[in-house]
Design a binder for this molecule. Structure first.
Ligand code: PLP
Length: 417
């Protein structure tokens, strides 16, 4: 590596994502008393506005000073009892890790193994739920966006499978790498627990675990026998009611969150989803039409608008591409995890991002691939992405329903600067 890397590091892992300057500035605050009479202004404004990004008019959102993994644990332990049966599908490292956690917490997980590159198998879910006549399955897990493989699953479809089977299980969704980037509808899909984190679409550093909980799931908390303490929603509900936390909150992160929510409402949620789709299509054009390589996602219906996992040709170790990109070009690409380690590298395309930033990632990935001997044509990825972006509208104007207008309504206000 050069002794000094001048210029910016190009951060294109699928989280943590780039933190906008406005958010960084908002987080540069002196510490203050989190028990002051003023503090609830900040906490209630971010808690209320987070409901809008989940598209949740009912239920409650919780913020933990943790990461997404903490919110996974909070979701499971607050609503289930040891030995409870859970239905889950494994098709990537993150769907795997949630299953692993559920098993370690003492739940009985029925795991449906799915090829990596596909998502939640709706037909199989429906069959299993229909066969569970005694309703022993208490929770159904679905990873909305599997970050390891770049696969997005159909959560509305999971809800339909539950409804078709007339099954009362709680629907748990991992929205860590989809929230604020890919459309997510807590109320409409009747999701019961939606887990997210601060370092992806919310454009903050890692450090907050965020959990949206439906009214139905809130009613399950009192009877859930799993042991919990730090993540107990009952303590949070009590403290949050007055605008406080049961322990010291991550104050600068909350100021950062306030600013990131302001930015999100300025752009508009629906516009953000469109921008992510448009940027992702350009990246996919670079991969398939430009480099003539394959995505790990098996079919277009699984394509993720937040991350693309690119399969390198046989005989090449994808880790070398990542290392050359990092050491030589100051570009951070996502690694292949577990089963796909060495086989794929990932470009994260979520958060505070535009075409030309992505052009840097595409050009850097292309140079690194050529350096390690992958036969791609110089400039082909950039040319294909440019062709796509130049010929498409970033934000196709579509009819916005009244519901969407409601959720697009503005934030409750800006605290701090
Ligand atoms: N779920 C998904 C889909 C993720 O992408 C990640 C992290 O990348 C996690 C869960 C775990 O979140 P965290 O690393 O914030 O604990």
């Amino acid at each position: 590596m050069r002794s000094r890397m001048a210029g910016r590091n190009f951060l294109f892992v699928p989280g943590p994502t780039n933190v906008p300057d406005r958010v960084q500035r908002a987080m540069m605050v002196a510490m203050e008393d989190h028990r002051s009479s003023k503090f609830p202004e900040l906490s209630t404004s971010v808690l209320n506005d987070l409901k809008k990004v989940f598209k949740a008019a009912s239920g409650q959102v919780f913020i933990f000073p943790s990461s997404g993994t903490g919110a996974w644990e909070a979701a499971l332990t607050n609503t289930l009892s040891p030995g409870d049966k859970i239905l889950a599908a494994r098709f990537g490292q993150f769907s795997h890790l949630w299953i692993d956690m559920a098993q370690r917490l003492g739940f009985d997980v029925e795991v449906v193994e799915v090829e990596w590159g596909e998502g939640v198998p709706l037909g199989r879910y429906e069959e299993i739920l229909r066969a569970d006549k005694r309703h022993q399955i208490k929770g159904v897990l679905a990873c909305h966006n599997e970050t390891a493989t770049g696969v997005t699953s159909d959560i509305a479809g999971v809800r339909k499978a539950l409804d078709a089977a007339n099954h009362p299980a709680l629907l748990f969704v991992d929205a860590v790498s989809s929230l604020v980037s890919i459309d997510f509808r807590m109320d409409e899909w009747r999701v019961d627990l939606a887990v997210s984190g601060s370092q992806k679409g919310l454009m903050l550093p890692a450090g907050l675990g965020i959990l949206s909980v439906s009214q139905k799931a809130l009613s399950a908390v009192a009877d859930a026998k799993s042991r919990r303490c730090y993540f107990d929603l009952a303590d949070m509900i009590k403290a949050n009611a007055a605008g406080y936390f049961p322990y010291t909150p991550a104050l600068p992160m909350l100021y950062g969150l306030r600013e990131s929510l302001n930015i999100i409402f300025e752009e508009g949620l629906e516009e953000i989803f469109s921008r992510h789709n448009y940027l992702a299509e350009g990246v996919r054009a670079a991969i398939t039409a430009g480099w003539r390589l394959k995505l790990c996602a098996k079919e277009p219906k699984w394509y993720s608008d937040t991350v693309s996992a690119i399969v390198v040709p046989e005989g090449i170790n994808a880790a070398h591409v990542i290392d050359v990109a990092f050491r030589r070009y100051n570009l951070a690409l996502g690694a292949g995890l577990s089963k796909v380690a060495g086989k794929v590298f990932r470009i994260g395309h979520l958060g505070d991002l535009n075409e030309l930033m992505l052009m840097g990632a595409i050009a850097g990935a292309e140079m690194a691939m050529m350096d390690v001997g992958i036969k791609v044509t110089a400039g082909s990825g950039v040319a294909a992405a440019s062709e796509y972006w130049r010929s498409h509208d970033p934000i196709p104007r579509k009819k916005v329903s009244q519901d969407e207008q409601f959720y697009e309504s503005h934030s409750t206000g800006s605290i701090h600067g």
